[in-house]
Ligand binder design. Structure first.
Ligand code: PLP
Length: 375
């Protein structure tokens, strides 16, 4: 594939800036040959938990595993229902299915694309065990009413914070609201490893202990398996690399916010919707999502100009073949279904240059169908 002038995400620039530290972190782990459950994992878990204003971190092999571990630690399994959203990455729902529970969907807020908590009442049943809001695109879900609902119905709250590392709700970091929060550390997230990784945060020592056991074959002591676990550990090399990156997360998020402000200022009257940020939130722009008419044609035109775009996500999860058994059909989540036709993500990563931002804005203006202010 030819190189784009402005790719959707560029991981190389960041890597090159940190290359000496990255190489020495890898070397440090290999010199010790302590590859799993060692000092690097402990240090990363501590510093990431502190960053999220939580007591504990539990490193995992992926975000999907983090979600499954969290659900299992809360004893959620067959016969239980977990309320979540359909406008998310499949992993949110996969994790619920992985533990044998049933996902139940509510629609989303048309402005923020996040859990429409006002609908929780309509889908709650005696089998509901947990709420699983997703801080999608980098904007925190509205946690207060979600936590209130959970408290009054005796439910667990598990945050899927995979796209919102560092985002805040009412001034407090996401990851510190639910019983457990789960983060993907997939390479293209706001904080990403060089490969697969994830982490759970919690301030509950019992949940923490359970997650640590489950991720390591159900054992506290080697070859003593207290419960049926899995292999879902975060390895030492990834943990060491994540520690190189974590101190930069704040400035990377600030760069994303400044790029987003530039886009929004110039595109407000051009596209149908720029991202809305609630007064109680700070948005960390894992993705910068706008709505445009004739979306697919628009994407092709931008690609011809050398600008990468994507759709997060083109088919809502409740309409995926993998979810057929849950009995959802088109029309049941009208807001989710409608926005899936119009959303498009523009290039977003901390290292975007002013020239690249200008290129994107100019190309968007030029190719919006029916845009009268096009130059
Ligand atoms: C990336 C992502 C996940 C899954 O993470 P992996 O590390 O790829 O397993 C889960 N939920 C959301 C919202 C994500 O964006």
């Amino acid at each position: 594939m030819h190189a784009l002038k402005v790719p959707l995400v560029d991981l190389r620039t960041q890597y090159l800036a940190l290359k000496p530290e990255i190489m020495s972190a890898i070397e440090g782990v290999l010199d010790e040959m302590h590859l799993f459950l060692g000092p690097e994992l402990q240090k990363f878990e501590r510093s990431f938990a502190a960053y999220c204003e939580c007591l504990y971190g539990v490193g995992t092999s992926s975000g999907t595993d983090a979600l499954a571990l969290a659900l299992r630690a809360c004893n959620i399994g067959p016969g239980d229902e977990v309320i979540t959203v359909s406008n998310t990455f499949i992993a949110t729902v996969e994790a619920i299915a992985l533990v044998g529970a049933t996902p139940v969907f509510v629609d989303i807020d048309p402005d923020t694309y996040l859990m429409q908590w006002q609908q929780l009442d309509q889908v709650y049943t005696s089998r509901t065990k947990a709420l699983l809001p997703v801080h999608l695109y980098g904007h925190p879900a509205e946690m207060e009413p979600i936590l209130d609902f959970a408290r009054s119905h005796n439910l667990y709250v598990i945050e899927d914070a995979s796209q919102a590392h560092g985002g805040t709700y009412q001034g407090r970091r996401v990851g510190s609201f639910g019983d457990i929060a789960c983060f993907s550390l997939y390479y293209s997230k706001n904080l990403g490893a060089f490969g697969e990784a994830g982490v759970c945060t919690t301030s509950d020592p019992v949940l923490r202990e359970k997650m640590c056991m489950i991720r390591d074959h159900g054992s506290r002591v080697r070859y003593c398996h207290e419960l049926m676990g899995v292999n879902a550990r975060l390895d030492e090399i990834q943990a060491a690399l994540l520690q190189v990156k974590l101190p930069h997360l704040e400035s990377w998020n600030a760069a994303r916010q400044s790029h987003a402000a530039f886009y929004s200022e110039h595109l407000l009257d051009v596209v149908e919707a720029v991202p809305i940020v609630r007064s109680w939130a700070s948005h960390v722009y894992c993705y910068y999502v706008v709505q445009v008419p004739e979306r697919d044609q628009f994407r092709l035109a931008l690609e011809k100009e050398g600008i990468g775009t994507n759709i997060h996500y083109p088919t809502p999860i409740h309409l995926q073949p993998a979810c057929a058994a849950y009995g959802y059909t088109r029309g049941m989540l009208p807001v989710t279904e409608a926005v899936a036709e119009r959303i498009v993500s523009l290039p977003m990563y901390p290292e975007l240059t002013p020239e690249q931002l200008e290129l994107v804005v100019a190309a968007v203006k030029k190719h919006i169908v029916g845009n009268v202010s096009a130059v």
